[in-house]
Design a protein around this ligand. Structure first.
Ligand code: SF4
Length: 441
């Protein structure tokens, strides 16, 4: 069976649908007997503080449990689930809470599956060529076979986040920062494209029971799509997944690089699709919020619609890494609530590692130590308000915004862990959004 075969299956029944997706593409044909298998779900975000929407954000426990049962049916006993949830590296409670809530401990009792919090495990440096090296989790590198289980989602920096991008959760924090490099050539996409290159054989099953627009997190728009996409070839799975989300892979930079590195096209001409037809089940998923760029303001369109003026919150770029990204949405929410109808006085907010100040601004907030280091002596800054630190301390962010005349509510930052819970309201009274998909009975 060709390795570039990709199955597309409608999710209908527990276990049977996953089995069909796996069997149609021959996904476990190369699974060695008695293999040590590492399963990589996607738990991009977690909080112990509240229940939050997980549909399309996090791999369903339904697909996880079905996949484990299939592996057990094939006589596999050594199975490890591993994920590198981003929290304070010293925080062991958040990953443990995630694994318990998602039912992974029950899977442990039932099937003898182990779980590892990647941030608590050793890493090994891996040379990915062209001067790039990243540190990967030792458990995945030393397994015999990887089962990659990403949810089917779009991403505001990488357009889509599927099989290859999901492996970013297996590298350490300094490597994640390295991926968001300010080098215009060896950029985020260049790094992400290589994440699967030195892995053991990978089987990819994209969990599209729920799909996500404007991902990667809980503030995106979730859909019940009932799709499963599977392939023994990770790039083929991602090319098909991208098309299903309405994005031509030739416009997804990390897929273009990954294809080039393998001497393959992005047009699916060497991919055999079995099961459902792409055109019958694809639906366009927007990958990012639109931005308003006008003479007196720059900000996401929803804020501009509110009438907010006098602030230039520059559109974040690919160089902004995980910790700053997590803070970015909160800062924008706080600005939204702080607006009282009076325009602010030409305040510019810069993020990531590459941005430069615009001449004529009255105040420039440099968010994060990268921005401070880059622009601290910049001649175009009239009044510099720096929030040093990596990640920037939320209290200092509040102070900086106040200094710029933006009276954000400090309570929003203090209660940040509970804010994701407010997004649950969007999915209330919509029975297709079932929390039970994230439990193991
Ligand atoms: S300050 Fe922000 S952008 Fe810079 S390395 Fe830290 S998290 Fe990344």
């Amino acid at each position: 069976m060709a390795d570039n075969r990709v199955s597309i299956v409608r999710y209908e029944t527990p276990y049977e649908s996953v089995k069909k997706a796996v069997d149609l593409c021959g996904g476990l044909d190369h699974l060695p007997a008695k293999a040590k298998v590492f399963i990589k779900p996607n738990i991009v975000f977690w909080t112990k503080a509240c229940e939050f929407p997980k549909w399309g954000v996090i791999t369903t426990s339904r697909v996880m449990a079905d996949m484990i049962r299939l592996l057990k049916d094939r006589g596999i006993d050594d199975i490890t689930i591993g994920e590198g949830i981003v929290s304070d590296p010293k925080d062991k409670e958040t990953p443990a809470h995630a694994f318990e809530t998602l039912g992974y401990n029950k899977l442990g009792q039932k099937y003898g599956v182990k779980t590892v919090a990647i941030m608590e495990r050793p890493f090994e440096e891996v040379d990915l060529g062209d001067g790039i090296s990243l540190k990967f989790n030792t458990d995945i590198l030393n397994s015999d076979f990887v089962v990659d289980l990403p949810p089917m989602k779009t991403h505001n920096q990488t357009v889509v986040s599927l099989g290859i991008k999901n492996l970013k959760g297996t590298i350490d924090i300094p490597s994640r920062k390295k991926c968001h490099s300010a080098d215009p050539e060896k950029n985020l996409h260049f790094h992400v494209a290589r994440l699967a290159d030195k892995m053991p054989p990978v089987f990819t099953l994209i969990d599209g029971i729920y799909t996500l627009e404007r991902g990667p997190a809980f503030d995106g728009k979730m859909h019940r799509s009932n799709l499963l996409v599977a392939s023994p070839d990770i790039l083929s799975a991602d090319l098909v997944g991208s098309r299903l989300l309405g994005h031509d892979p030739s416009e997804v930079s990390h897929l273009v690089y990954a294809a080039q590195n393998r001497g393959r096209p992005t047009d699916l001409s060497d991919v055999e699709v079995v099961g459902e037809k792409i055109e019958d089940v694809a639906s366009y998923h927007q990958n990012d919020v639109s931005y308003c760029q006008e003479e007196t303001r720059e900000m996401p369109v929803p804020l501009a619609r509110q009438g907010i003026d006098g602030i230039f919150y520059r559109k974040f770029d690919d160089t902004m890494c995980t910790y700053c990204s997590g803070l970015n949405g909160l800062v924008l929410t706080a600005i939204r609530y702080a607006w009282n109808g009076d325009p602010w006085d030409n305040v510019e907010v810069l993020t990531g590692k590459s941005m430069e100040p615009t001449p004529g601004m009255k105040a420039t907030i440099l968010l994060g130590q990268c921005m401070y280091k880059k622009n601290k002596d910049h001649p175009d800054i009239q009044k510099m308000i720096a929030v040093k630190g990596c990640p920037p301390n939320p209290k200092n962010v509040v102070k900086a915004l106040h200094e710029a005349g933006i009276e954000v509510d400090p309570n929003l930052f203090e209660q940040a862990a509970s804010l994701p819970g407010f997004f649950m309201a969007k999915y209330q009274d919509r029975p297709e959004f079932e929390e039970s998909f994230f439990r193991v009975e």
